[in-house]
Design a binder for this molecule. Structure first.
Ligand code: NDP
Length: 247
């Protein structure tokens, strides 16, 4: 039980990659707060699946892009548990358009949810982790941050910012016994991938040396490794899990 007695918050934990992380953490002994925004049914199903295994999670719906909501959520966790040990910034959205046609609100929404939100949760958790002199943070970026992708300037900018944010967090927090690292997933079979057309899916598969898309559990393996004491000397790094797509 790698995470026995630990308290974790996973943003966007109700489905996809986040849900796979929640399951791993809960099965390894952590008490997990499962954040989501609107998808109550997904969150209820996840909680029910874990309850069948005798595991309990706390559902914590709030909009990660809302500063007050993040502060309130962290206050709730601290009043119920007294601590926060593990933070996974996983919630993310896309709103694709070519730069020449991108509405301002598509840019703003993606930056707010995919970049400002990790800043808000890290800021809220860091104060407590610094007092505790311990903690581990994993932020989820994307291969788009490294390679770019037509139609995803907003997403690429946000996810690139996540890598830079993580590196700086690591430099600031290491002396308090806190680690911050980043995972860069490639194409993973979740609802997010369902937005791709069959033509694009076929094209993208051609770029993946492993010859298939990833599974959420394969990302969760990397996230939970980086959160665990097995990664105690890994600080400020990005771990790419993409079947060999980017070099
Ligand atoms: P999904 O679309 O399957 O799930 C997204 C999750 O984020 C849901 O739980 C959703 O909750 C939550 N969420 C979205 N916006 C908010 C918000 N404002 N506040 C709170 N929760 C929110 O995503 P994936 O599992 O595919 O992706 C997870 C992460 O991995 C994202 O950061 C994504 O950018 C990244 N990633 C994914 C890749 C992929 O191929 N799937 C590739 C590279 C990176 P709700 O259902 O309530 O909206």
């Amino acid at each position: 039980m790698k995470f026995e007695g630990k308290t974790a918050l996973v943003t966007g934990g109700s489905r996809g990659i986040g849900a796979a992380v929640v399951k791993r953490l809960a099965r390894e002994g952590a008490h997990v707060y499962v954040n989501y925004r609107r998808g109550k049914r997904d969150a209820d199903n996840l909680a029910a699946e874990l309850a069948e295994e005798g595991l309990t999670v706390s559902l914590l719906p709030f909009d990660v892009a809302n500063q007050q909501a993040v502060e309130d959520a962290m206050a709730q966790i601290l009043s119920e548990r007294g601590n926060i040990d593990l933070l996974v910034n996983n919630a993310g959205i896309t709103r694709d358009a070519f730069v020449a046609m991108m509405p301002q609100d598509a840019w703003d929404q993606v930056l707010q949810t995919d970049l400002t939100a990790p800043f808000l949760t890290c800021r809220a958790a860091a104060k407590t982790m610094m007092r505790q002199q311990s903690g581990a943070i994993v932020n989820i970026s994307s291969t788009t941050a490294v390679s770019g992708r037509p139609g995803q300037s907003n997403y690429a900018a946000a996810k690139g910012g996540v890598i830079a944010l993580t590196r700086t967090l690591a430099l600031e927090l290491a002396k308090y016994g806190i680690r911050a690292n980043c995972v860069i997933p490639g194409f993973v079979e979740t609802d997010m991938l369902k937005t791709l057309s069959p033509k694009h899916k076929k094209e993208y598969l051609g770029y993946i040396p492993n010859g298939r898309f990833g599974q959420p559990e394969e990302i969760a393996n990397a996230v939970t490794f980086l959160l665990s004491d097995e990664a105690s000397y890994i600080q400020g790094q990005t771990l790419t899990v993409d079947g060999g797509m980017i070099h």
